[in-house]
Unconditional design. Structure first.
Length: 120
């Protein structure tokens, strides 16, 4: 199947949220804390920050995908910062790309993210 950037962003959003939720449930059983902690990392600003933290580790191919994902036209909330949203979208594109094409690389990146964030 040929996937495009919107496919990658769509699946990447889901995969990243599931990744965060799987970590959160190991840290707390309280429903309100699970939601609060998850939303701390599953939002545009946090995703843009995480992208920045792994940016220097991206290959040339990954940088190209990230750049194309950053320029992807998406509908955003009027209150959102377009630059932050574009970076978050490019992060989701990368996550989706890795999920569909290179799970080893996805697991490597997820391990780095897991070690760099302080959940709960």
């Amino acid at each position: 199947m040929n996937y495009n950037l919107k496919h990658y962003a769509y699946i990447g959003d889901c995969v990243f949220e599931l990744f965060i939720r799987e970590i959160v449930i190991t840290k707390t059983q309280k429903q309100d804390m699970m939601h609060k902690t998850s939303t701390k990392y599953v939002n545009a600003q946090a995703q843009a920050d995480i992208l920045e933290s792994i940016f220097n580790e991206l290959s040339e191919e990954e940088l190209e995908i990230q750049k194309r994902g950053r320029n992807l036209k998406m509908t955003i909330n009027k209150k959102s910062n377009p630059k932050i949203h574009a970076l978050a979208t490019s992060f989701e594109v990368l996550i989706g790309y890795w999920h569909l094409n290179n799970k080893d690389r996805l697991n490597e990146i997820f391990e780095k993210i897991k070690n760099s964030i302080d959940l709960v």
